[in-house]
Design a protein around this ligand. Structure first.
Ligand SMILES: Nc1ncnc2c1ncn2[C@@H]1O[C@H](COP(=O)(O)OP(=O)(O)O)[C@@H](O)[C@H]1O
Ligand SMILES: [Mg+2]
Length: 1001
C-alpha cells in the first residue's frame, strides 16, 4: 500500500510507512477539504491558486495524533469514541484555521495540517507553533473531561517540521497536489511520535524559525527512522518571554515608529556580521527618553529567527550583586521570576548540561543567584575570585553553545545602573566575544546606557550615540500624537522647539496638555480647548512628568508614589501591603494609572512597571522625604513578611529600604547580614556592606546589639581581608576598634573569634609571634567559657600557631588533647557539625609528629584522614595531600611524595587558590628532599629540648616567604600562607552568639 504522504510503496498490512513513518491506516473520514475549510479561507485559496501552482513554498507541517488510540478506542463504545473524536477534530480544525493553515488530511485519529501553503505566510513556523500551543491548551480541557467522566487518559501528541514543498495542482475542492522536498512531511510525522503525550515536539528547522518567539526546550539529537542523520528535537513549551514583552509593549500603545533608519541599518549590519560568525557588541547611548529602548524593540521585531535574551539593570541595583546577570541567566536557562525552586534547579542543570561538562561550582552559584540554592550541594570552598571566574566561564560557555546552535541576541538595558559584579561579568563577556581567536559565535550583544556611562571596555565596541530625532521625524511623531488641526500649528511649533527631538518629551507634553484640559478630542485628532498662545509648556521632561503626577487624584498619586519606592517593577501584592488599600480600590487605581501611561502592566502578571525609567525617577524624587521614608519602611517590612531573607539579594534589598527609611539599626543589621552573605561571591561588595554597618552605627546610641554588630562586621571585614587582601594598617585599626568593643561587651566567644581572625591575618603576613600570642589568648578565653566547641576550635588554631613558631612539642600536645576530648565527647562532635576544625587538628598533630621524627606515625595519621570520607572538604584534602608529600619526602619515598604533591597541586588549581598553588608547585617540581633528615635540622626558635624544625621547613617559610610572594593587591597584605591551605574560617552569627562554619555566608 502506498503512503499518502510520501508516496512510498509499503508491504500489505503495514500500519506505518516504512519510509516516512506516517500512519498508513485508511482514514476513517476522507471529506473534501472544501467541506471543512471556512469560507473566507476557501476564497483566499481559490483567489491565489493560480499564482501558487508550480511554486516552491516554505511550509511548516503539523501532525497531531491521539496517543495510544487503539487502547483507548477499545475501552469506550463506538458511539462515544466518535463523539470524542468529533470534539477533538473541532478543536484541531479551529486552531489550524485561526492561524490560516489548512488541514490536508484527516488520519484516523488526528490530522496533518500545512502552514504556508496554499495560503502563503512568511511566518508559517510561528503560526504553526501558535496553533499547536492553542490546541494543546484546549485539549487539556478535553482530557480533563475525559478523565473525570471515564477515568481514561486522553492525550494528543503533536509534531512540527519545516521545509519546502512544490505546490502542484489545487483543485476546486481544495485538494492540493504537492511534492515535499526531502523528508519534510515524513520528519514531521516522526517527530510527532517522539512527543510526550500532551506535548509538542518540533525539529531543529522549525525551532530555528520560531526561536525567540517561543519557549523551546532542547532535547538533543535523536535518531529518527527515515532520517539518515540524527535530528535535533525541541519541545515547544509556550510563548517566549520576548515575544510576550513586545506584544505587551504594543498593547500599551507605542507611538508610530519614526526615523532612525541609519541606526537600524547599522544594527542590521552588525547582526548580519554576527550571523556570519563574527560576534559583535554594540553600545547605544543617549539621554533618557531619546529612544534607546524603542530602537532595540524595533530592531528585535525585525530580527526574526534570532533568539533574544534580555536583561536590565535597576535604578537601585548598585547594591544588588549580580542582579542584571542573574536576569540574563534566567532567560538563558528559561526560568521565570516565579518558577518554583525545583523548576529552577531542573532548568539550570539542563542548561548547563548543554555546555558540557557541568561545573558543580557554577551550578551551585547559579542556583544561589536565582534564589533556589540546592541544599544537597556542598558549600563551595573556592576562593571568591575563582568562584566568580567559574560562574563567568559557565555563562560564557552557555552563550557560546547557544550561539553555535542559533543566532543569539543579548539585549541588556540601562548599564548605567549595573552592579559591580554584573559589570565584571559583562566586561568578561565583551572581552571574550571580541577576542579574535574565539570569533566563532553568532552573537550580537546590544546594550543601552545613558551617555555618562563609559566603562573601559566601551572603547573596544561599536558605539552608537543616538542623536535627537530629526525635525522631520519629530514632526511626524507629533502628527501621530496631536493630529492636523490647523489651529494647533503655533502650539506644534512650540512643542517641537521645547522637546528638542526627544520623543518621550513630545509624548509627555501632549499627554499633559490633554490631562489639564488644554486639548480635547482623541489621540491623533486633538483640537485646542483654550487659546493656544496661553497654553504654557513645561521646561523639561522631568517637569512635565512632575506636573502630570501632581494632577492625579490623591489616592492614585499615593499609589504611584508608593510604587516608585518599591522600584521600577512593582509586585502588586507587595504594593497592596504597603498602601494598605482594599484590593478593588487598588485595582481601580492601577487601572487609572495604566490608562494615564504612568504605571502599566509588566512582564509577569502579578507585577506593574513604570512606563519609563524617568517616570519612575520623577515619581520617586518628587515625594517629600518624610513620606518616602515611611514608605521605604513599609516596603522593607512587607518584603520581610513575604520573602524573609532567602537570598543575599534580599538582604541587600532590605538593607537598602531600611537605610532609606532612616531606620539605621535595622539597616545595619541587614547590611551586616548581606555583607557576610555576599563575601564569598563578591568580597568587594561584602566590604561595602560591612563598612556601611560601621557608618550607620556611629550615629546610634550604644546598646548590646549595636556593639555586637560593630564587632561582627569588623570580624567579617578581617575575614574578607583574609580572602581578598587587606592593608596591614587597616586590619590593625579594625582589630583595635573591635577589641575596644568586645571588652565593653565582655563576650568571651566574640573576643576569641576576633583574636583568631586577626591572629591568622598576622600569621599569613609573617608575624607568627603575634599569631601565637592571639591564639594563646583565644584558647584561654575559650577554656574559661562553657562552650566545648569553641574551646576545641581555639585549640585547633593554637596548635597551628604553635607549629608556626616551631614549638613542635606543645603543638602536638595541644592537638592531641583536643582530639582526645573530641573522641570522648559525642555532644562535642555533634556541636562541631560541618566544621573543618577536627580535620585540621589531625593535620597539625601529624605534622608536629613528623617534624619530631615520627614520620611513620604522621603518615599513618594523614592517610587515615584521607580515608575518612567525612572529612572530605577541598581545603582539607588539598592540605592533607600537600603534607603527605612533605612527610613522604622526609621518609625518602620520592615517587609517593610526587604523587601526593601532584594531587595537592590539582586540588589547589581546582580551588582556584593561587597561594595553595604556589605552595604546591615546588612539591611537584622539586621532589628532591630538601630536608632528607629531620636530625640535620637546626634547632627552632622553639621552647627547648627535643623540639626541632627542619631549617627549610614550611613552617619557617611561612614566617618569611609571604613578603616575596605575589600579592592579590599592591601594598596589601598577602592573603594566604604560602605553604598551606588556610584553616577554616570562622563565622560569627549575630543572632545567638558565635558559630564555626567553613564559609563566610
Ligand atoms: N523613533 C521613535 N519613533 C516613535 N516613538 C519613539 C521613537 N523613539 C522613542 N519613541 C518613544 O519615546 C518614548 C521613550 O523612548 P525610550 O526608548 O523608552 O527611551 P530611552 O530608552 O532612550 O529612555 C517611548 O514611548 C517610545 O515609544
Ligand atoms: Mg530605555
Amino acid at each position: 500500500m502506498s503512503c499518502s504522504f510520501c508516496g512510498h510503496g509499503n508491504p500489505a498490512g503495514a500500519r506505518f510507512c516504512n519510509d516516512c513513518g506516517a500512519r498508513l491506516a485508511a482514514p476513517t473520514t476522507t471529506p473534501e477539504p472544501r467541506s471543512y475549510t471556512p469560507r473566507h479561507l476557501v476564497e483566499k485559496i481559490l483567489a491565489s491558486k493560480s499564482a501558487l501552482e508550480g511554486e516552491r513554498k516554505p511550509v511548516t507541517v503539523l501532525f497531531a495524533d491521539v496517543a495510544r488510540s487503539m487502547e483507548l478506542a477499545e475501552r469506550v463504545d463506538l458511539e462515544e469514541w466518535h463523539r470524542l473524536l468529533d470534539r477533538l477534530f473541532r478543536i484541531l480544525a479551529a486552531s489550524v484555521h485561526r492561524y490560516e493553515g489548512t488541514i490536508n488530511q484527516y488520519t484516523g485519529d488526528g490530522i496533518m495540517a500545512l502552514f504556508g501553503a496554499p495560503i502563503a505566510h512568511e511566518d508559517h513556523a510561528q503560526r504553526a507553533c501558535a496553533a499547536a500551543l492553542e490546541m494543546a491548551r484546549e485539549l487539556r480541557v478535553l482530557a480533563e473531561d475525559v478523565r473525570r467522566e471515564r477515568g481514561l487518559d486522553f492525550a494528543v501528541r503533536m509534531g512540527l517540521n519545516s521545509g519546502e514543498v512544490v505546490v502542484g495542482r489545487i483543485g476546486d475542492d481544495l485538494r492540493m497536489d504537492y511534492t515535499a522536498q526531502g523528508h519534510v512531511v515524513g520528519l514531521a510525522a516522526r517527530v510527532q511520535q517522539l512527543a510526550p503525550p500532551g506535548g509538542i515536539s518540533v525539529t531543529e528547522q522549525t525551532a530555528r524559525l520560531a526561536s525567540g518567539f517561543f519557549d523551546l526546550l532542547d532535547r538533543g539529537e535523536q535518531s529518527l527512522k527515515g532520517a539518515s542523520l540524527p535530528v535535533r528535537v525541541f519541545d515547544l513549551r509556550g510563548p517566549g518571554p520576548i515575544r510576550s514583552r513586545l506584544e505587551r509593549s504594543r498593547a500599551r500603545g507605542f507611538s508610530r515608529f519614526v526615523g532612525r533608519e541609519r541606526e537600524l541599518a547599522l544594527l542590521e549590519r552588525a547582526l548580519r556580521e554576527a550571523q556570519s560568525g563574527r560576534p559583535k557588541v554594540v553600545l547605544i547611548t543617549a539621554e533618557p527618553g531619546a529612544g534607546k529602548s524603542r530602537l532595540c524593540h524595533e530592531f528585535v521585531e525585525r530580527s526574526r529567527g534570532v533568539t533574544v535574551h534580555y536583561a536590565r539593570a535597576l535604578s537601585h541595583g548598585r547594591m544588588l550583586p549580580f542582579h542584571a546577570i542573574a536576569e540574563l541567566a534566567r532567560g538563558l536557562f528559561g526560568v521565570d521570576e516565579d518558577a518554583s525552586a525545583t523548576d529552577v534547579r531542573g532548568a539550570v542543570r539542563r542548561g548547563l548540561a548543554s555546555a558540557q561538562p557541568v561545573d558543580p561550582i557554577a551550578l551551585a552559584f547559579w542556583l544561589e543567584l536565582l534564589g533556589a540554592p540546592d541544599p544537597a550541594l556542598a558549600p563551595s570552598e573556592l576562593e571568591p575570585e575563582a568562584r566568580r571566574t567559574r560562574l563567568f566561564q559557565s555563562l560564557r560557555d552557555l552563550i557560546q553553545t547557544r550561539a553555535r546552535r542559533e543566532p543569539t541576541l543579548l539585549w541588556i538595558e540601562d548599564l548605567h545602573w549595573l552592579d559591580p559584579a554584573s559589570e565584571a561579568a559583562l566586561e568578561m563577556l565583551t572581552g571574550r566575544l571580541l577576542a579574535p581567536e574565539l570569533a566563532d559565535g553568532r552573537v550580537l550583544l546590544l546594550a543601552t546606557a545613558r551617555p555618562e556611562y563609559r566603562p573601559a571596555w566601551s572603547e573596544r565596541v561599536a558605539r552608537l550615540s543616538l542623536a535627537p530625532l530629526a525635525s522631520q521625524d519629530s514632526s511626524t511623531l507629533l502628527d501621530g500624537c496631536l493630529g492636523f488641526d490647523p489651529a494647533l500649528a503655533p502650539l506644534r511649533a512650540r512643542i517641537e522647539a521645547r522637546a528638542r527631538g526627544n520623543p518621550l518629551f513630545v509624548e509627555e507634553i501632549v499627554r499633559s496638555l490633554v490631562e489639564c484640559g488644554a486639548l480635547r478630542g482623541e489621540r491623533g485628532a486633538y483640537a485646542p480647548a483654550a487659546p493656544v498662545a496661553e497654553i504654557a509648556l513645561p521646561e523639561t521632561i522631568q517637569a512635565v512628568l512632575a506636573s502630570r503626577i501632581d494632577r492625579l487624584s490623591p489616592q492614585d498619586k499615593d499609589v504611584l508614589q508608593a510604587a516608585a519606592v518599591v522600584g521600577r517593577d512593582v509586585p502588586t501584592e507587595l504594593l497592596r501591603v504597603v498602601v494598605d488599600l482594599p484590593r478593588s480600590e487598588l485595582a481601580a487605581s492601577l487601572d487609572r494609572l495604566a490608562t494615564a501611561e504612568l504605571l502599566g502592566p509588566a512582564e509577569s502578571p502579578g507585577e506593574r512597571a513604570f512606563r519609563h525609567p524617568l517616570t519612575h525617577e520623577v515619581a520617586y524624587r518628587t515625594q517629600l522625604l518624610d513620606r518616602r521614608r515611611r514608605t521605604h519602611a513599609g516596603v522593607a517590612r512587607a518584603l520581610l513578611a513575604i520573602h524573609g531573607s532567602a537570598t543575599p539579594t534580599h538582604a541587600a534589598l532590605l538593607a537598602h529600604h531600611f537605610e532609606e527609611a532612616g531606620e539605621h539599626l535595622e539597616a545595619a543589621r541587614w547590611h551586616e547580614h548581606a555583607g557576610r552573605r555576599v563575601a564569598r561571591s563578591d568580597p568587594a561588595d561584602g566590604v561595602r556592606h560591612c563598612r556601611r554597618v560601621t557608618t550607620l552605627l556611629a550615629a546610634l546610641p550604644k546598646s548590646r546589639e549595636t556593639l555586637m554588630l560593630e564587632l561582627t562586621s569588623r570580624i567579617a571585614l578581617l575575614e574578607i581581608g583574609r580572602i581578598a587582601g587587606i592593608e596591614e594598617r587597616e586590619s590593625q585599626d579594625l582589630f583595635e576598634e573591635a577589641r575596644a568593643v568586645v571588652e565593653r561587651l565582655g563576650d568571651r566567644g566574640g573576643h576569641a573569634f576576633l583574636l583568631t581572625s586577626y591572629g591568622r591575618l598576622c600569621g599569613l603576613s609573617g608575624d607568627v609571634a603575634q599569631y601565637l600570642a592571639c591564639a594563646e589568648r583565644a584558647a584561654e578565653l575559650a577554656e574559661g567559657s562553657d562552650d566545648a566547641a569553641l574551646a576545641f576550635e581555639m585549640h585547633a588554631v593554637l596548635a597551628h600557631a604553635q607549629l608556626g613558631v616551631g614549638r613542635l612539642n606543645p603543638a602536638r600536645t595541644t592537638a592531641a588533647r583536643a582530639l582526645a576530648e573530641l573522641a570522648r565527647d559525642a555532644e562535642l562532635r555533634e556541636a562541631l557539625g560541618h566544621s573543618t576544625a577536627p580535620a585540621f587538628c589531625r593535620i597539625w598533630w601529624a605534622l608536629a609528629n613528623a617534624y619530631l621524627g615520627n614520620a611513620a606515625e604522621a603518615q599513618a595519621g594523614l592517610e587515615a584522614l584521607l580515608a575518612d570520607d567525612k572529612e572530605g572538604g577541598l581545603d582539607v584534602l588539598c592540605g592533607t595531600h600537600g603534607f603527605l608529600c612533605e612527610v613522604l619526602r622526609l621518609r625518602g619515598d620520592l615517587p609517593g611524595a610526587l604523587a601526593h604533591g601532584r594531587r595537592a597541586l590539582e586540588l589547589a588549581n581546582e580551588r582556584g587558590s593561587p597561594f595553595s598553588r604556589v605552595r604546591s608547585e615546588p612539591l611537584v617540581t622539586a621532589p628532591e628532599p630538601a630536608l632528607s633528615s629531620p636530625k640535620r635540622a637546626s634547632p627552632s626558635s622553639g621552647d627547648g629540648a627535643g623540639d626541632s624544625a627542619p631549617a627549610t621547613s614550611s613552617w619557617r617559610e611561612s614566617a618569611s616567604l609571604p613578603r616575596s610572594l605575589p600579592r592579590t593587591a599592591p601594598r596589601s597584605r598577602a592573603r594566604s600562607s604560602p605553604w598551606t591551605p588556610s584553616p577554616p574560617s570562622w563565622t560569627p552569627i549575630p543572632t545567638g552568639g558565635w558559630r564555626n562554619s567553613s564559609a563566610l555566608g
